[in-house]
Design a protein around this ligand. Sequence first.
Ligand SMILES: [Zn+2]
Length: 398
Amino acid sequence: MSLAFSSLCGHFILLCFSLLLILRPGQAYEGLSDETLKALPRPSQEFDIHNGAILSPILQTRVPGTPGHDAVLDHLVNYIRTTVPNWELELQNSTSETPLSRGKEVPFVNIIAYRDPPGAPVGDIERLTLVAHYDSKLTPEGFIGAIDSAAPCAMIMHAMRTIDAALEKKWAAMREKGTDPAFEEERGIQVLFLDGEEAFEEWTNTDSLYGARSLAETWDQEMNPAMSTFKTKLSSISLFVLLDLLGSKSPNIMSFYQTTHWAYQNMGNLEQRLRSLGQFKSSSTDPWFIDTSKNSQQVVSRGGIQDDHIPFLARGVDILHIIDFAPFKGFSPVWHTMDDDAEHLDMDTVQDWTMLITAFTAEWMELEGFLGHSETVKARRDEDLVEEAIRLNKKTEL
Ligand SMILES: [Zn+2]
């Protein structure tokens, strides 16, 4: 081998290696265009706290084992069945004693919904996993838990519908080009509405995270079919995005893990882009994602916040924890008080969060070009007209 050829060879190998780095699955990240970000559908009437179809049914007490809990469970299940009927829906049941159940077993029901490319072999798909808990805390009596976590559930519900429509378009376009999404697409999406996050008495390792502990343990043991790319359902999770305590004005979101800091930065960048494109209604002088400019080495894992991610983190799942918390302020002032109700939600912020979660998910699923610009723009124009009419009507009444 001549020196010149060897050097050419070296360059070629370096080029291949660089391409491999760029094309690593899960991290191939094609940005959304400004046009797409500007046309993202915004929730409006369906997030009305009194009679909106998505959010208002969740804004009630929903303690495991009570009728309110079952009503919210039905609402979530019905939404999935009717709005995204092509998603697989599973309920994972478990029971546990609690410090207050006097030896009786309390039922917990996790809701699992996922959508894989049609025909794709189970076990070969990795799923972006959006997570929020739907139970509410027993005390104080009558506690609603609007940011904890009724609003995060609603954000995910809205995102599911938008993403599902775009996925259908993307897969249809692939088929038209003669490629089969069953073999050419390895990305799926999954939603977990977890039960029993809250402690009944006082937060301990056993009085908390009832649903998450049961699901993480089950999925760690359930094997996918032999020869699958991913051995267990747990290892099929590409990223576990946990939303909690979202819906108060001017949130602060920290980056907790070095390994997922790049995903945190992607969401932070989307926040800034949506804001600079005028797509955010909430006014906030400071960015929500306060650690975006840090590099991953500067991210210090505080290991502190106990939440539904813990049993998954302990088993090696990559976590992106989106929770309104910062050392200089703690949690939102309404946290675990009677003030965490519908009236204390900042609805502009709730809607903005929904846009951001949808944008992040669409980017992850590589949906640029499939988000239906013209229809969305028209729908938004119609919604704006209706809102304007309502506003004018209210003014007349006053
Ligand atoms: Zn809570």
